[in-house]
Design a protein around this ligand. Structure first.
Ligand code: ADP
Ligand code: ZN
Ligand code: MG
Length: 479
């Protein structure tokens, strides 16, 4: 039997508010343990929470940006469970009346568009963190609880089980990340856990509709781990089913070091949590005007921006897709073009040499040693024929470690393109005189032989002769 994968994601997105969701403590990352805490987020008896209005605003904006309906009447609920990182023994979350529901986003995988539906977006508080003296709880003599993260606001974005491969799941998570960055509600730093996903995977026979039993892998915080965990789980489940076995509904953990998923515990069901309305918080009632105000504050979103880059600058759908895939990339592109640089050249350089160098050093574009201003200046040197595209590669490489302006680098290194006809003619004459065989081949009808001669001229000029002029002069002189 052939199986197909069914995948649904629950993405937790940490919001970039200054203060926590129900108290005034700072949300800042990386502070000393238990320095951002107060009686409210420590779960002391006799204190009352108040809702941070910013969190509601961000929840509504996230909903609007993902085509959700906003619930004008929404409320918080208590999700009860026991764990040392949860001082109240319940997590204040939302159950049956989340802030937003029934949305969708479009993804592209291998040139194909697909719509992924969002079930809901709800607001909740993060839990604290156990800090082990060893590497895991098992090999630790002791563990501290750090409550700094307790009460940091999160949005949980739940998808329908609409994805059928690791690539689709990745594209979906990339889209959600881009949207959250564009609307500026989260830093989306996956390595800091700002954005993490629980992935649900099941299999079903191809052509059937009924969902199979799923497993869930929690807290996946990199795109690589997301893809690897899904692919491993698809393989594992396929083997179990092909051997005539049954999938156990359970929570598994992904171990990136070994590239495998391991059983953690049997999966809890909603009724295990004894959800109940949060009595300490009033319901959240939002007027149409407020929703429209938030809608009017939304920036241009990734899909719209992509369409605009195609229309205004003639970029290909593929290029525009990559450039708008993160807010930082899109803004960098705009800044390069704003210097007066040609848009297509800007796109080519961003997706070529810039991307390559950033990748090699594992740098985000916001940390690029070549900023948009300088790349723009360099592209203008190409546009003015001061340097050729080929020399520009050398200039770009130099710019990576040298903070001078591209113009100064080109001057200092003597890289200015030779566009003086007399000077190029001199080299061309010399090359013709010294390469009789290629000249004869060309005259004998092998037009390709001119390539070797062009190559010789470029070499003799150390790559600085203007290639168009070299071609033209050679063709003229050879008749
Ligand atoms: P929870 O995991 O908290 O119990 P849900 O039952 O709402 O919550 O499901 C969470 C996620 O699991 C959703 O993204 C949903 O699309 C996905 N999901 C549900 N059933 C399946 C299934 N059989 N196969 C794959 N994903 C599933
Ligand atoms: Zn607090
Ligand atoms: Mg779940």
């Amino acid at each position: 039997m052939k199986y197909e994968a069914v995948i649904g994601l629950e993405i937790h997105c940490e919001l970039k508010t200054k203060t926590k969701i129900f108290c005034g403590c700072a949300t800042e990352f990386g502070a000393d343990q238990n320095t951002h805490v107060c009686p409210v987020c420590l779960g002391m008896p006799g204190v009352l929470p108040t809702v941070n209005q910013r969190v509601v605003e961000f929840g509504i904006k996230a909903g609007l940006a993902t085509n959700c309906e906003i619930n004008k009447y929404s409320k918080f609920d208590r999700k009860n469970y026991y764990y040392p990182d949860l001082p109240k023994n319940w997590q204040t979350s939302q159950y049956d009346l989340p802030i937003a529901e029934h949305g969708w986003v479009d993804i592209d995988v291998a040139g194909e568009k697909k719509r992924i539906r969002l079930t809901r977006i709800h607001m909740e508080e993060d839990a604290g963190k156990l800090v082990h003296s060893g590497t895991t709880i098992k090999d630790s003599a002791s563990s501290n609880v750090d409550y700094n993260r307790t009460g940091v606001p999160l949005l949980e974005i739940v998808s329908e089980p609409d994805m059928s491969s690791a690539e689709e799941a990745r594209a979906y998570m990339e889209k959600i990340k881009a949207i959250m960055e564009y609307i500026d509600v989260s830093n989306c730093r996956m390595e800091e856990g700002n954005l993490r996903a629980d992935i649900n995977v099941s299999l079903r026979p191809v052509g059937t509709k009924e969902l199979g039993t799923r497993t869930e892998m929690k807290n996946i915080n990199s795109f690589k781990n997301l893809e690897d965990a899904i692919n491993y789980e698809i393989e594992r489940q396929t083997e179990v089913l092909e051997d005539g076995g049954h999938i156990v509904q359970e929570t598994r953990t992904y171990d990136p070091a070994r590239g495998i998923t391991l059983s953690m515990r049997s999966k809890e069901n909603a009724h295990d949590y004894r959800y109940m309305p949060e009595p300490d918080l009033p319901p959240i009632v939002t007027s149409e005007e407020t929703i429209e105000k938030y809608r009017s504050e939304l920036p241009e979103l990734p899909d719209a921006r992509r369409a605009r880059l195609e229309k205004d600058f003639g970029l290909s759908d593929y290029d525009a897709g990559i450039i708008t895939s993160s807010r930082a990339m899109a803004e960098y592109f705009d800044a390069v073009v704003a210097t007066g640089a040609d848009a297509k050249l800007a796109a080519n350089w961003m997706m070529g040499d810039l991307a390559k160098n950033l990748n090699e050093e594992g740098l985000d574009i916001s940390k690029s040693p070549v900023d948009a201003q300088r790349l723009g200046e360099m592209i203008q040197l190409i546009m003015k024929d001061t340097i050729s595209g080929k020399i520009a590669k050398k200039v770009f490489k130099e710019m990576w470690t040298n903070t001078d302006s591209p113009e100064k680098i080109v001057k200092d290194k003597g890289l200015v393109q030779i566009t003086d006809t007399k000077a190029i003619e001199g080299i061309v004459d010399e090359v013709i005189a010294n390469n009789q065989k290629a000249v004869d081949d060309y005259k004998g009808g092998n037009k390709k032989a001119i390539g070797a001669l062009v190559g010789q001229v470029m070499k003799a000029s150390k790559g600085k002769a203007n290639p168009q002029m070299v071609n033209k002069l050679l063709a003229e002189k050879l008749g």
